[in-house]
Ligand binder design. Structure first.
Ligand code: XIL
Length: 331
């Protein structure tokens, strides 16, 4: 008989264990989710375009359903996300003639959106990804070009945190980004968050998306990122962990089962990563996977159409993979 512990029990003294979910997976993965996880994040259902597709129209059915799922199963919930350059409707940036609005109008709309959404989930959501992915990946620019930046200038970032704090003073507010362990981007994220802190902006944590793969980022870079972010005196959360079996540059097509050795390598990698995360349990308060089991991942077909991926601890039939076994036996 297998004697393994549920993940949430295994890491009960370390951090919460979360999964991104959607209205389909809370049904198809219900047993797995409620057994192993004690936190959820809505994969898409709380993004701007999902909840606020038109100025006068809010659509909360799917988001409410996920919040109910968390509540009825005693799970924590993270909110994702309030300000992003993707999955954000055009109307937000335009007047009725289709002309760009000015800074004051955009900030007014943002405040009203945040008041409504954060206010609605006050009882359910303990932590929000307030601002997502505003740092530029390449080059010397700090911020990524976006309509937010064009219209409002960099102020929209601090304002979003202020509005979220106003809407729910109890919520923990996070800045969230990917490539977070890359040294160049790490230093930019650090610089942004440091300047927010120095200006007294209410921010409580940094979310490391952790879209990783079998090879990258290397452990030393992950460690250095954790140390640097933690030096700001904030808490850290892994918000979107997956361990792709492909290097990011790998554009091979047509693999329908993992190659020999892939899942063993993944197991070693997960073991090394969780060992490291446990070292930092005092600063890392939650580890959320961007899904739960290999039957559904956003990485299927991304960035190579039709290509399957196997990034999680559970297989397509929700059985524990070698990676699950390896992190069970960590001391
Ligand atoms: C992804 C979802 O998983 C997909 O279903 C959707 O088509 C695109 O967005 N960074 C984020 C997440 O912050 O919101 C993204 O989620 C994955 C990358």
């Amino acid at each position: 008989m297998r004697t393994e512990l549920a993940l949430k029990k295994r890491f009960a003294d370390d951090f919460k264990i979360g999964a991104a979910v959607n209205p389909l997976t809370i049904v198809s993965q219900q047993e797995l989710l409620t057994h192993h996880f004690n936190s959820i994040t809505a994969e898409n259902e709380m993004k701007f375009i999902s909840v606020h597709p038109q100025e006068e129209v809010y659509t909360f059915e799917a988001a409410d359903e996920l919040a109910r799922f968390a509540r009825s199963n005693g799970m924590a919930m993270r909110g994702h996300t309030l300000v992003w350059h993707n999955q954000t409707p055009d109307w937000l940036f335009e007047d009725r003639q289709g002309q760009p609005v000015d800074q004051a109008e955009l900030l007014k709309r943002l405040r009203s959106h945040i008041q409504t959404v954060v206010g609605r989930y006050k009882q359910d959501i303990y932590a929000w990804d307030v601002v997502n992915e505003v740092i530029a990946d390449e080059g010397g620019e700090l911020l990524r070009p976006s309509r937010w930046l064009d219209i409002a200038g960099p102020d929209f970032i601090g304002k979003a945190f202020e509005y979220a704090h106003e809407a729910d003073p109890e919520a923990l507010l996070f800045y969230n980004d990917y490539n977070e362990s890359d040294p160049l981007k790490r230093d930019k994220i650090y610089a942004l968050v440091k300047s927010l802190r120095e200006r007294g902006v209410p921010i409580h944590g940094i979310g490391l998306q952790a879209h990783w793969n079998l090879y990258d980022p290397v452990l030393d870079d992950i460690r250095a990122a954790i140390e640097k972010y933690a030096s700001l005196g904030l808490q850290l959360q892994l918000t979107e962990l997956d361990m792709s079996v492909f290097r990011f540059e790998d554009r091979r097509e047509g693999l329908t089962v993992p190659e020999p050795g892939m899942l063993e390598r993944q197991a070693e990698r997960y073991e090394a990563v969780f060992k490291l995360l446990k070292e930092y349990r005092d600063v890392i308060s939650s580890v959320t996977f961007w899904g739960a089991a290999d039957d559904y991942t956003w990485l299927d077909g991304f960035p190579v159409p039709g290509r399957k991926n196997w990034p999680f601890l559970f297989d397509e039939r929700h059985r524990p993979k070698p990676a699950f076994d390896r992190i069970q036996t960590l001391s």
